[in-house]
Design a protein around this ligand. Structure first.
Ligand SMILES: C[S@@+](CC[C@H](N)C(=O)[O-])C[C@H]1O[C@@H](n2cnc3c(N)ncnc32)[C@H](O)[C@@H]1O
Length: 185
């Protein structure tokens, strides 16, 4: 069985390389941040966002030896404000892992409105080729509403983007989903 997060890594690994600038839009415990940092290496940049200070502090300690990582205590809906002006059109990958942080309070979940704001800004800074991965969990409270909103947002994108939706990733119903958005021109 392949987890949605593993499939997101597979897609990202095919799309980014050493020296690239990328974003982890939902840092949490930092698994995706570390994964991205290892690929882009010391010549690349990883910007990580989370609204939970405690998670960010733990992750910052674990990733302190990686100078390519910048962690930002803010929501991904404010992403644009934290990037340098010359980051415009430079990002090659952005990862979203929605929902709540396992082991932490379920009160701090991602929510449709801010997620769509973050996606909109991520896509505005995406280069060609570039990819955004979104792992979604329709099974928890509020998750279905968010999943439906993200699917609709992706379907409404213009011709510069192509969208793939991976569903039925495990036997749970509803199962986690992976949505990928590639910028193609
Ligand atoms: C499923 S967890 C991410 C797991 C993480 N990728 C990892 O490897 O551990 C979702 C995270 O999104 C964060 N979050 C919630 N709303 C957010 C927002 N508006 N902007 C950025 N992060 C947010 C939560 O605090 C939580 O840590």
């Amino acid at each position: 069985m392949m987890r949605a997060t593993d499939l997101a890594h597979l897609v990202m690994r095919q799309s980014i390389k050493a020296g690239d600038w990328v974003i982890d839009a939902t840092v949490g415990n930092g698994h995706d941040t570390l994964f991205l940092a290892e690929i882009v290496g010391p010549t690349g940049r990883v910007f990580g966002f989370d609204v939970q200070l405690e998670a960010l502090e733990r992750t910052a300690e674990r990733l302190a030896h990686l100078p390519q990582v910048t962690l930002v205590h803010d929501g991904h809906e404010n992403l644009s404000g934290h990037l340098l002006p010359d980051t415009s059109d430079q990002l090659s990958g952005v990862m979203f892992n929605l929902g709540y942080l396992p082991g932490a309070s379920r009160e701090t979940i991602t929510r449709a409105e801010s997620t769509l704001g973050g996606l909109d800004q991520a896509l505005a800074h995406l280069g060609v080729p570039g990819v955004v991965t979104v792992v979604m969990y329709p099974g928890h409270d509020g998750g279905e509403e968010e999943t439906v909103a993200v699917r609709a947002f992706a379907e409404g994108l213009g011709p510069s983007f192509t969208v793939m939706r991976h569903s039925r990733l495990n036997s749970a119903r509803p199962a986690p989903e992976l949505l990928t958005i590639h910028r193609i021109n």
